[in-house]
Design a protein around this ligand. Structure first.
Ligand code: CP
Length: 338
């Protein structure tokens, strides 16, 4: 929302009410079926990437163009420089500019700022504060959209919710199995934190499988347990792949790094070696109730999920990736509505 009221930022799914999420999903469905709107005809959206992206970058640029708007698409290191996030610091390090100033200036040029920050990768205690995206939100005069921080990936969650809705109809009472998968370059748990929150909020029962030491962020899990209790749904964690997938309607695969060994590559490598094989194959999928397979991508074939499952009739990964486009159109329409 623009004008004199404070901007509505989208840092995590919790920034939206249930009604707003429903409205976005309804509008996204209509847009997917072909409804066109020039909602962003007078708008320019700034996209700032501090690390790489294939889907988020392309789908957001396309979404803005479909709505009649323009993008300014900047990559840190090649197009600009490091930015300081800490307030009150003496800026004698690598960053020549503070996010406070960059956000204030960019707010004069664009209608919304979408940011994909980079994690420092030294300490989860520090990175889980999401200091960079929070600094952008604190100092921007226009809506800030989180394109995946350490803790949250709300854009992915919107697309995931639409995909679940298309596949299952009413989500209440269905079971989502979130399964850790093996990767030499695990991701942040941001995607899993976001869909965990979104699924519980939609009334789904959730089971989470992971090897020992790969527990999700403690505060996120505590909030998830509270959310599950409030809604009377089940949340189980620390299961095997097979137990999590038992009776599931959708299996959601994702690799994430251990928060126990975060910032220590040597310990992280030996922990990963001990984790063993975690590949989703037809045998795991057969535990479900004709379960669909979701993965936010990029996916390592035959390491995280077998070709047979990824390319089989139960795979939802392409619909899920396509829905990034439609749900981002729905979100932008809501955020920038006068
Ligand atoms: N799922 C997702 O965010 O993909 P990218 O990292 O390619 O943007």
């Amino acid at each position: 929302m623009t004008g004199s009221s404070p901007p509505l930022h989208f840092i995590r799914l919790q920034d939206l009410t249930d009604r707003q999420i429903e409205d976005i999903l309804d509008l996204s469905e209509r847009m997917k079926r072909g409804a066109s709107r020039a909602e962003l005809a007078t708008h320019t959206i700034g996209l700032l990437f501090f690390r790489g992206s294939l889907r988020t970058r392309t789908s957001l640029v396309a979404a803005v163009h479909h709505l009649g708007g323009h993008t300014v698409n900047l990559t840190a290191a090649s197009d600009f420089w490091e930015l300081e996030a800490q307030d009150g610091t003496i800026m004698d390090g690598a960053a020549p500019e503070h996010i406070r100033d960059a956000a204030a200036v960019m707010s004069k040029y664009v209608s919304a700022l979408a940011i994909r920050p980079k994690q420092a990768g030294q300490s989860w205690t520090m990175d889980r504060k999401d200091m960079n995206i929070q600094a952008w939100a604190a100092h921007s005069q226009v809506p800030v959209i989180n394109m995946e921080s350490c803790l949250w990936h709300p854009l992915q969650a919107l697309a995931d919710l639409l995909t679940l809705r298309e596949s299952l109809g009413n989500l209440g009472g269905n079971k989502l199995a979130i399964v850790w998968t093996r990767s030499p370059q695990p991701s942040s748990p941001s995607v899993v934190h976001s869909i965990l929150h979104g699924a519980l909020r939609s009334g789904m029962n959730v089971s989470i499988a992971h090897p020992p030491g790969y527990e999700l962020d403690e505060s996120v899990l505590d909030a998830a347990q509270t959310s599950a209790a409030e809604r009377g749904v089940e949340l189980e964690t620390g299961l095997s792949m097979e137990d999590a997938a038992e009776g599931a309607h959708v299996v959601y695969a994702r690799s994430w790094h251990s928060l126990e060994t975060y910032g220590n590559p040597t310990l992280a490598a030996s922990q990963l070696a001990r984790a063993g094989t975690w590949t989703i194959d037809e045998a795991v999928m057969a535990r479900g109730e004709q379960a669909g397979l979701m993965h936010p991508m990029p996916v390592r074939r035959n390491l995280e999920v077998t070709d047979e499952v990824l390319d089989g009739p139960r795979s939802l990964i392409l619909a899920q990736a396509e829905n990034r486009l439609h749900t981002q159109k729905g979100l932008l329409s809501l955020l920038l509505r006068p």
